[in-house]
Design a protein around this ligand. Structure first.
Ligand SMILES: [Zn+2]
Length: 239
């Protein structure tokens, strides 16, 4: 591979991994594949339902390039001091079979794909809870840009939030999420309730220049869910 391409891939992998870690406190190989735009979230869901025979079939690049990205991801995770945790991926009912990642089915490769990398800040108990979430779809990530002059690659517009796609950033209007409301992090109870009531949500992260990493800012949720959650909490704690 050309050295320049290699460097570029390195940056994309790290950016995707850092954003997923900020949003979830753990990173999975599938988060990185989605984050760098090689795996469509819809295709990932079909694979999770057992409708695709192996994941690499729906990853939009060749096998050597996937393997290169995964190697970069693992060396980043090890350098960050994250804890490796092997998890199990089972197709949803009715099949409940073990999901296969690789074309080859090689057990070593399968194990690498199944391994999640968990933030060292978390307690043992929290890590176990996270491991249970293994086969869930990744969180939809929305970025609060530092540069306010960014341009949507689909419509040429801009906005307060963007989603990274393989060709470039996209605005919320083009992704059909512009009706969602921003709920700033800080009120854990309100956040949990609003998220549970919202059919769609996204995690908002922003890059901190001083700390040189992505940090979770809050959630985008349906306004109705936010109003209901707020009302519920007001009723429980009047005055
Ligand atoms: Zn747009």
């Amino acid at each position: 591979m050309h050295p320049h391409n290699r460097k570029k891939l390195d940056e994309r992998v790290i950016r995707a991994a850092e954003a997923a870690l900020a949003a979830q406190k753990y990173v999975r190989p599938v988060d990185v594949l989605v984050g760098i735009g090689w795996l469509d979230p819809g295709a990932l869901k079909r694979w999770q339902r057992g409708e695709v025979d192996y994941l690499e079939r729906v990853v939009q690049t060749n096998l050597p390039r996937i393997s290169e990205a995964m190697k970069l991801f693992r060396s980043w995770a090890a350098a960050e001091g994250l804890t490796a945790s092997e998890t199990h991926y089972i197709a949803r009912a009715p099949s409940r079979r073990t999901l296969r990642f690789s074309k080859s089915g090689n057990p070593t490769i399968e194990k690498l794909y199944r391994t999640h990398w968990i933030s060292g800040e978390l307690s043992e108990r929290k890590r176990e809870l996270l491991a249970e979430r293994a086969s869930r779809a990744p969180e939809l990530l929305v970025i609060q840009p530092l540069n306010e002059t960014w341009k949507c690659h689909r419509c040429g517009g801009t906005g307060d939030f963007l989603i990274m796609e393989s060709p470039g950033p996209v605005c919320l209007r083009c992704t059909g999420l512009d009706d969602l409301e921003f709920l700033s992090a800080g009120d854990a109870l309100l956040t949990r309730r609003a998220k549970a009531k919202s059919a769609r949500h996204a995690v908002v992260v922003r890059f901190s220049k001083s700390r040189r990493r992505y940090e979770r800012q809050g959630l985008l949720v349906e306004p109705r869910a936010l109003t209901e959650a707020q009302r519920e909490l007001d009723r429980q704690n009047p005055g």
